[in-house]
Design a protein around this ligand. Structure first.
Ligand code: AMP
Ligand code: ZN
Length: 114
């Protein structure tokens, strides 16, 4: 059995507030939101981090962004603006070892990030 938290969410062994799902990706609301809209988009294929991407993963990584665009519009942050983030490794604060694209919006976001 997988020990990966996000694989367990994909398998519906752990509940999540799902924002979008298809055969390739799952999107769900972050349990500890850092902005009024904070959604995580993950590939159903387990990829642990950007560091582990292979040449075969280009399509899925692009696809995560297309879903981000769709969810930004649905959550009405497309015009006001939003940020897409993938943390990789300790200095970036990556806490879950299943690659995930953060969609953050609904307030003015600071730059540079802390
Ligand atoms: P990162 O720090 O980039 O690895 O982001 C991990 C994110 O996953 C954090 O924003 C957490 O709040 C979020 N998170 C952790 N556990 C859950 C969960 N069970 N459901 C939804 N989001 C979660
Ligand atoms: Zn996983």
């Amino acid at each position: 059995m997988t020990e990966c938290l996000f694989c367990k969410i994909i398998e519906k062994k752990i509940p999540a507030k799902i924002a979008y799902e298809d055969d390739k990706v799952l999107a769900f609301h972050d349990i500890s939101p850092k902005a009024p809209v904070h959604i995580l988009i993950i590939p159903k294929k387990h990829i642990s981090a950007v560091n582990e991407l292979t040449d075969q993963d280009g399509e899925i990584i692009g696809y995560l962004h297309l879903i981000a665009k769709k969810l930004a519009k649905e959550n009405k942050i497309d015009k006001s603006g939003f940020r897409l983030v993938i943390n990789n490794g300790p200095d970036a604060g990556q806490a879950v070892g299943h690659i995930h694209l953060h969609v953050l919006g609904g307030r003015k976001l600071q730059w540079p990030p802390g």
